[in-house]
Design a protein around this ligand. Structure first.
Ligand SMILES: Nc1ncnc2c1ncn2[C@@H]1O[C@H](COP(=O)(O)OP(=O)(O)OP(=O)(O)O)[C@@H](O)[C@H]1O
Ligand SMILES: [Mg+2]
Length: 361
């Protein structure tokens, strides 16, 4: 059983009339890497700052271990936050920057030195200690900011979009290192991003947020294959969302009508009433695209290619079928199907995820 390290229970927070956190509850396991993912303004930074103790919740509770945290001031929380702009002190050397927090705490010099060596060793920045922040690159500054946090040996590491100032390549390298470091040190880490690819690559758990609420909390795989709603489905990865209506259940699975084409969905465990409106979530890489042929098989939908992009290992096709545009990814493409080619899309019955349709548009 996982030990819960951080518990957020029914937390609300408003700024004036604006409700920014709306009944947020979340259990973060010990030693895990958890990501808050969501669009700009959804409340990610506010939630992180509330955990760090910079904001007090209007209602609800925060526990770290078994300790009730609401009334504990931020400097006594042992939760270190690294801000997006990671402001290093410009007039201090890198070493002085990194050791600042421990010097403030009046830790003995030899202990500071031991921690310094260990921390810069992890991050590979031992050769930068005598320089000033203005004399190192953006990626190096990023590592220094992380070192400054890690040297405190916090119980909880809170990272607010810490890689957002880096170029794409450096970002990917540093995030891989960050993940390795986190796993080695087993520090419970919360990471904020609006980049879904980053969230998938890094996280043990992802909390998808929208308008001050956590709309889905789960592993990257759960979110990708079984998203809680269309927002989560389209926020994480690419997805085709198709409206349909349940016709019947048989031993084979659930049958769904989409514009008079009947599709079979397997392994869907939530019962949906016949006649219920549903949304089918179909990932582009789960669809097969085949040349038009006479033998229509189960879950074959006729359509025609409208566009494609050749990406080397894959081709991404846009296909018009059932009066809408589908995105289909083909790996290791043997041939290219030009626009206007008549095709069939084949949907694997076990790779369609159903969501309640209701009145949502
Ligand atoms: N101190 C504050 N006073 C008033 N409103 C605030 C304050 N901080 C944040 N807000 C508002 O609360 C909402 C959530 O802000 P927050 O910074 O938590 O969003 P975010 O998810 O971190 O967004 P981003 O991805 O852009 O950083 C926004 O509408 C923001 O304008
Ligand atoms: Mg933010």
């Amino acid at each position: 059983m996982e030990t819960i390290h951080l518990r957020i229970q029914d937390v609300c927070k408003s700024f004036g009339n604006l409700r920014v956190l709306n009944h947020v509850s979340l259990d973060v396991p010990q030693g895990s890497f958890t990501t808050f993912l969501g669009p700009s303004g959804c409340g990610k930074t506010t939630l992180l700052r509330t955990i760090a103790g910079f904001y007090t919740p209007d209602s609800g509770e925060i526990y770290l271990g078994n300790r009730f945290m609401n009334t504990v001031p931020s400097h006594l929380r042992n939760a270190i936050m690294v801000f997006q702009d990671y402001a290093l002190f410009p007039h201090m050397t890198i070493e002085e920057n990194i050791t600042y927090g421990l010097r403030i705490r009046k830790m003995p010099k030899d202990q500071i030195q031991a921690r310094l060596e260990r921390t810069v060793g992890y991050l590979g920045i031992g050769n930068l200690l005598d320089r000033m922040p203005g004399q190192i690159s953006g990626g190096q500054q990023q590592r220094v900011a992380l070192a400054r946090a890690l040297i405190m040996e916090p119980e909880l590491l809170l990272l607010d979009e810490p890689l957002s100032n880096l170029d794409a390549k450096l970002r990917i390298n540093i995030r891989a290192e960050l993940r390795q470091l986190q796993q080695r040190l087993k520090i419970t880490t919360i990471y904020v991003t609006h980049d879904q690819a980053e969230a998938l690559a890094l996280s043990d758990r992802i909390a998808v947020m929208n308008e001050g609420k956590i709309v889905h909390y789960g592993t990257p795989q759960e979110l990708y294959y079984h998203p809680a709603d269309p927002f989560v489905a389209s926020f994480i990865g690419k997805v085709n969302l198709i409206r349909g209506r349940v016709t019947q259940h048989t031993l084979e699975g659930t049958w769904v009508d989409v514009q008079n084409i009947t599709l079979l969905v397997k392994n869907h465990f939530t019962y949906l009433q016949p006649q219920a409106e549903v949304i089918l979530c179909v990932r582009p890489e789960t669809v097969r695209i085949v040349r038009a042929s006479g033998d229509r098989e189960e879950n074959a939908i006729p359509g025609y290619v409208t566009n494609f992009i050749f990406e080397g290992a894959t081709i991404r096709y846009w296909v018009n079928a059932l009066d809408q545009e589908w995105v289909v990814d083909v790996f290791d493409p043997a041939e290219v199907l030009p626009p206007d080619t008549k095709v069939f899309l084949r949907l694997k019955p076990e790779r369609i995820h159903l969501l309640p349709g209701g009145s949502q548009k």
